[in-house]
Design a protein around this ligand. Structure first.
Ligand SMILES: Nc1ncnc2c1ncn2[C@@H]1O[C@H](COP(=O)(O)OP(=O)(O)O)[C@@H](O)[C@H]1O
Ligand SMILES: [Mg+2]
Length: 276
């Protein structure tokens, strides 16, 4: 139920712009939206247009030492401890989210990865939290992720309806997107799609992208547009920038996401219907 969307791609391609703009569009439609900043290089708050003076009020879960110790029973930054691998994460999203313009924003923060397969308490808590949100919620959940998605975990990945890779015209971001597609498939994410951003030749570049991923995988094409940079510089969401023609392109993408990937509750079975 609901729509669980993960957004990935190379750094700087426009992941947070897409995540934030689409989150605000859902909110404008009156739908509950939980936007999760899962990129250690966190900037979703700014894409959502959260005013600068409110930024200090945003919690970063990985830095909430007391919360982490309370829920996992482990001391942060101490090695060789035994702690709960399945901590209780109830209420965390509600308590630690920042509400702005109809969107609930949750910032996960960076976890220090001590070599391969770190099982430090903060990473265990974040994983459990994301898993609980993705598997239990029936609202719109948007995960703004880095290019590496392997730490999503299989259980969580199965709750993600679609992995969207943002691509800019260029071989390097295409290669990153192809890696994201392969990782998503390996994790068991059902669908993969791409959005072309910063396009200066929409028709030609759409064909180029369709060639790599198939025409159906291309959700939309956003042109390179200085108004997006201007909104960013002003600390404003694109939704508040008065660029209706641009916003319409994001709306088209939102529409495809809903019609193609949203899961709906199973229809009532015959035994709950009254007999004639
Ligand atoms: N279509 C676009 N045209 C011009 N600039 C863009 C476009 N999309 C994003 N940008 C700019 O590119 C930069 C990176 O975008 P951002 O969404 O923060 O990327 P990411 O989250 O992938 O690192 C920002 O300065 C943003 O304003
Ligand atoms: Mg970002």
């Amino acid at each position: 139920m609901g729509l669980k969307l993960a957004i990935s791609g190379k750094g700087g391609v426009g992941k947070s712009t897409l995540a934030g703009t689409v989150a605000r569009l859902f909110a404008a439609d009156g739908r509950p939206v939980l936007a999760i900043d899962a990129d250690p290089d966190a900037n979703l708050a700014s894409a959502l247009g959260l005013p600068v003076e409110l930024r200090p009020t945003v919690h970063t879960i990985a830095e909430e030492r007391r919360l982490i110790e309370e829920r996992t029973g482990a001391r942060v930054k101490e090695f060789g401890q035994i702690f709960a691998l399945n901590p209780d994460v109830s209420g965390i999203a509600e308590q630690y989210a920042t509400h702005y313009a109809g969107v609930d924003l949750l910032v996960l923060g960076a976890v220090q990865r001590a070599g391969g397969g770190c099982a430090c308490p903060e990473s265990v808590l974040l994983k459990s939290l994301v898993r609980e949100i993705v598997l239990r919620r029936d609202e719109v959940v948007i995960l703004d992720m880095e290019a590496g998605i392997e730490h999503l975990g299989r259980g969580t990945a199965m709750g993600v309806d679609v992995m969207v890779a943002v691509v800019e015209p260029g071989q390097r971001s295409l290669e990153t997107a192809a890696r994201v597609r392969d990782m998503a498939a390996a994790l068991g994410i059902a669908h993969f799609a791409v959005v072309l951003n910063k396009s200066t030749d929409p028709a030609g570049e759409r064909a180029w992208l369709a060639d790599a991923f198939g025409a159906d995988a291309v959700l939309g094409v956003i042109p390179y547009d200085p108004r997006i940079i201007a909104a960013d510089r002003a600390g404003r969401a694109l939704n508040d920038a008065g660029a209706d023609d641009l916003l319409a392109l994001y709306r088209d993408i939102q529409h495809i996401l809903v019609t193609r990937y949203e899961r709906h509750p199973a229809p009532a079975t015959s035994d709950t219907r009254s007999l004639p």
